[in-house]
Ligand binder design. Structure first.
Ligand code: ADP
Ligand code: ZN
Length: 614
């Protein structure tokens, strides 16, 4: 058998993605390899295909337990004998896995890094033919990376105990050169084949919005995507709880995930999301590394993440099935304050000495600045991302918020003067500064009790912006913060003028507001699609999805492990009538055709006859 047959027969794909083939060839020729590919780029196939072709077993080191179970289930669905070894196994289960391993029953075994140097484990591999050691998320070995895991250092120790060195292949989505060098060194890769594929994910739509009310903006975004599955990332646990409660109160099917929940609630919620029982997952960045759900059709960032690496990795969890998906970041100037505080008070690096710690913080701040630049950019968002990862690209992409918009500039000097003098007057009057809300109320001429009892209605700036809406006043204030005329004090969230305010108030400096207008509504924009949407029969697609849900429930596996959305779309476009035609569908391999073919063909036939009994 050759690699193309494996690809079709087991995984149901016709062609390899860019980069996959060269990595597989290198491994098959016995060479070590390091592959840098974006999340969703298809790293798994790069070691799964050789694993099926090489004699002996392939060991895959992977950091998260939930991911292993999912991968092994997916492999079993594709007809590949595989298992995993981690702390979730009972002694009896472990015993069975070891026995089967000794008998040579598996082609692939996933293992948690801390298990590698366990006595039984390394003894077992003294006597086995280990063909390939694949290290997933290999950047975890780098002390400079964001996800350093000391247990990854056990890999080298494990290798040194083997009678014969296997082929070594490392995979990561982290592109910086420092991390790459660290991986090469820490794993002692020998004359490795190096591959960095393009970082572009054309099916992802990127946008940044700066709403005055984030919760309302989030609800609007989710309302346009009802029934679709997606993740909402928040910066803190408190925000996760608040946002999740709000969404549920507004009738969205949301669940939550963060490190402050009990193990059992975390597991339950993750499963609810994975099995599509809940469509929206609200989470901190603790959620995701173990998530292999391919039908995530949007990733919304409720807060700005702390680096472009983190953003692209989290956003990249959308659209792994190749279908069009949206990555939207909700940004506000207060995010910078939160992110800085998180960097300053990070406890992850407690073990580092003060000099190293200082260096780490400096790097973190540089990363943060790049992230802020992205949020404020007027250029093609995809272009900004690819620049960051050092990849060439066209001027515009036609599939991001900025490419689909034009900018118009408006002079707001008068409004700026009103706001700045109001902030000053209120402070002079009270002897202390107040928050944004009260300033908006004063300018708007509100009759709020608090405002009246403080006597703020007697100020000359009271009601000065009566003909503006509160939201418009707020937008101007946010712009003044962004442009550095006002500043929010992090301790008390109070609004204060900066030294630059004087230029506007007394020296005639002009202030302008640049606003973005969307040219094309999101639905009609160009999007790359594997199957042209007009060829997909929507009613049939729904029927197929219903069938998929039923089969998944019966088998107790998540729906996307039966077939991906991409596979169902292709099916709904092709209307296969025979098993041969069914095998033509992208994502349908032999095992799945045998297992599910009859049911899906029957559904298609019933649909064509106009049978409502589906
Ligand atoms: P990564 O580990 O790089 O994030 P995965 O290995 O999980 O990515 O692959 C992401 C998705 O791409 C999966 O749904 C997989 O089925 C799909 N995929 C991978 N290779 C191919 C291919 N050659 N053709 C079509 N789909 C593919
Ligand atoms: Zn663009």
């Amino acid at each position: 058998m050759d690699k193309n047959t494996i690809l079709k027969q087991y995984f149901g794909h016709d062609t390899f993605r860019p980069g996959q083939e060269s990595i597989i060839d290198a491994i098959l020729s016995g060479r070590d390899a390091l592959a840098v590919m974006p999340t969703g780029g298809g790293k798994s196939l790069c070691y799964q295909t050789p694993a099926l072709l090489l004699p002996g077993v392939t060991l895959v080191v992977s950091p998260l337990i939930s991911l292993m179970k999912d991968q092994v289930t997916a492999l079993a669905e594709a007809g590949v004998p595989a298992a995993y070894i981690n702390s979730s196994l009972s002694p009896e289960q472990l015993h069975t896995v070891y026995r089967n391993l000794r008998r040579g029953d598996y082609k692939l075994v996933y293992v948690a890094p801390e298990r590698l140097t366990g006595e039984g484990f390394s003894a077992l591999f003294q006597s086995l033919n280990l063909a390939l050691l694949a290290v997933d998320e290999a950047h975890c070995i780098s002390q400079w990376g964001q996800d350093f895991r000391p247990s990854y250092l056990k890999i080298a120790q494990f290798l040194s105990q083997l009678p014969r060195r296997p082929i070594l292949a490392a995979f990561t989505a982290t592109a910086t050169d420092a991390v790459r060098q660290d991986i090469l060194k820490a794993l002692s890769l020998q004359n490795p084949f190096l591959l960095t594929t393009g970082f572009d994910r054309p099916n992802l739509y990127f946008d940044v919005q700066q709403p005055s009310n984030r919760l309302a903006a989030l609800r609007r975004i989710l309302a346009q995507r009802r029934g679709k599955s997606g993740i909402v990332y928040c910066a803190t646990r408190t925000a996760v709880d608040r946002v999740c409660a709000d969404l549920n109160a507004h009738g969205f099917s949301a669940t939550r995930y963060h490190a402050g929940l009990t193990d059992s609630e975390r597991r339950q919620n993750q499963e609810d999301f994975q099995y599509d029982r809940k469509t929206v997952m609200v989470a901190t960045n603790a959620f995701g590394m173990g998530i292999d759900k391919s039908n995530v059709s949007f990733v919304i960032h409720y807060n700005m993440p702390k680096s472009m690496e983190a953003y692209y990795q989290e956003a990249g969890r959308a659209g792994r099935d190749g279908e069009a998906a949206d990555c939207i970041l909700l940004y506000g100037p207060s995010d910078i304050v939160t992110a800085k505080a998180l960097i300053e008070h990070s406890s992850e690096n407690d073990a580092l000495d003060s000099q190293t710690l200082e260096q780490v913080r400096r790097q973190d701040l540089l990363r943060l600045n790049a992230m802020v630049d992205y949020c404020k950019s007027r250029r093609c968002f995809r272009g900004v991302i690819l620049d960051y990862f050092g990849q060439a690209h066209g001027e515009t992409c036609g599939n991001c918020g900025n490419c689909n918009s034009t900018f118009a500039t408006r002079d707001i000097t008068t409004q700026a003067q009103m706001i700045l003098s109001c902030v000053k007057r209120v402070r002079d009057h009270l002897g202390y500064s107040v928050g944004v809300t009260l300033i908006v109320q004063v300018l708007h001429g509100s009759l709020e009790q608090r405002l009246l009892s403080l006597g703020l209605d007697r100020l000359s700036t009271y009601g000065l912006m009566r003909e503006h809406t509160s939201a418009q006043i707020r937008t101007c204030i946010e712009e003044l913060i962004a442009q550095g005329y006002l500043h929010i004090r992090p301790e008390h969230q109070t609004l204060e003028p900066t030294p630059r305010a004087a230029a506007v108030l007394f020296h005639g400096e002009q202030v302008s507001l640049s606003q973005r207008y969307q040219i094309a509504p999101q639905e009609t924009k160009q999007r790359p699609k594997s199957t042209a949407p007009d060829q997909v029969d929507a009613a049939l697609l729904n029927a197929l999805k219903a069938l998929r849900s039923r089969l998944a429930q019966e088998a107790h596996i998540p729906a996307y492990l039966v077939f991906s959305n991409a596979a169902l779309s292709d099916m709904a476009a092709r209307h296969p009538h025979t098993i041969e035609e069914f095998l033509e569908v992208s994502g349908v391999g032999e095992k799945k055709a045998a297992q599910y073919g009859t049911a899906f063909l029957a559904a298609i036939q019933a649909y064509e006859k106009g049978d409502d009994a589906l």
